[in-house]
Design a protein around this ligand. Structure first.
Ligand SMILES: [Zn+2]
Length: 317
């Protein structure tokens, strides 16, 4: 690498694109990564990896050199077959590795997604971060992946997007260089490089809103619910236009099934399963003979997809 990467997010992406996201201390802290490496350690996105006993000789940069002994707190003595005894910094032996779990947590919290919604797609490679709901009813499903220039990894992410019914709402962030190579299974999708859309700040990524249209959750403006599912789980109440409706058991179960479902969409059969009902075909409307206002406010059937969907444009947090 010739150009110094001063941007911590760019350093992070570079490490994530290696097979193992690990680097030795000399390269990370005093080498071409510059300030970015220090920032990643400070932000605890890098954690200590194993301490090496063999390293590439810093003099010839070809042979493997063995650690002979420690000279001082920060100096060691190496032995290289080509160069003989070589003094080196102790930092050369210390490795750092990206904490993938912290990285994913950081992305989720920075996007203000619910922390429980993360799903691993490919272990250590791709994740569904969660769904961001807008008040106006349009949801976005966020994904993060490494090594997306590998078509096999891109293909498995694409399959998950399809399984999530998220073809229209998918937002894909990657550590890979974009645009993805020709022929990528994700070529139809707007895939963005993390370093191009965000920068690392204290304990969070700051997304450049104009580039990814990130809308963070708005705080509640009022405490008295007008149209809300806020009390469905604990109290079995739903509010429509300021009126409180006390839900029957099956009504509560149907609403909770949709509230807890991915993208808040389920087929009739899936709702029945989650509500412990054997009825077939299962028609949620039948259970809202009483409280029909609640059904009309919150549940709609999407004929093309044959699914029931929670009307999130009506829903307050
Ligand atoms: Zn050497």
């Amino acid at each position: 690498m010739s150009k110094t990467l001063v941007n911590a997010t760019a350093v992070l992406c570079h490490l994530l694109e290696q097979a193992k996201p690990t680097v030795n201390g000399t390269t990370l802290l005093s080498g071409p990564f510059g300030e970015g490496g220090h920032e990643l350690v400070r932000e605890r996105l890098l954690v200590f990896g194993p301490t090496l006993t063999y390293v590439t000789c810093p003099d010839c940069e070809v042979e493997t050199a063995r650690v002979v002994r420690t000279v001082s707190v920060d100096q060691i003595l190496l032995n290289c077959d080509e160069c003989g005894e070589v003094d080196a910094e102790r930092a050369l032996l210390q490795t750092y590795t990206v904490s993938l779990s912290r990285l994913i947590d950081r992305l989720v919290s920075s996007l203000a997604l619910p922390p429980t919604s993360v799903k691993v797609i490919d272990i250590d490679l791709s994740w569904r971060l969660g769904i961001e709901e807008h008040k106006r009813g349009k949801a976005q499903t966020w994904y993060f992946a490494r090594h997306l220039n590998d078509h096999a990894i891109a293909k498995r992410l694409l399959e998950q997007i399809r399984a999530d019914n998220a073809a229209q709402s998918a937002k894909i962030i990657t550590s890979s260089d974009t645009p993805l190579p020709d022929g990528s299974p994700l070529s139809e999708y707007g895939v963005v490089n993390l370093a191009a859309v965000a920068r690392l700040s204290q304990s969070r990524f700051i997304f450049f809103d104009d580039r990814v249209e990130v809308t963070l959750s708005q705080p509640d403006e009022e405490s008295i619910p007008t149209t809300s599912l806020r009390y469905v789980r604990e109290k079995a109440w739903a509010y429509v236009d300021g009126v409180k409706y006390e839900l029957e058991g099956m009504q509560q179960k149907i609403l909770l099934a949709l509230m807890d479902a991915h993208a808040h969409r389920l087929e009739g059969k899936e709702i029945a399963d989650r509500c412990g009902s054997e009825a077939f075909p299962f028609q949620p409307a039948k259970y809202f003979g009483r409280n029909n206002e609640v059904y009309r406010a919150f549940i709609k059937y999407v004929p093309g997809d044959k699914v029931y969907e929670l009307n999130i444009s009506k829903r307050e947090p």
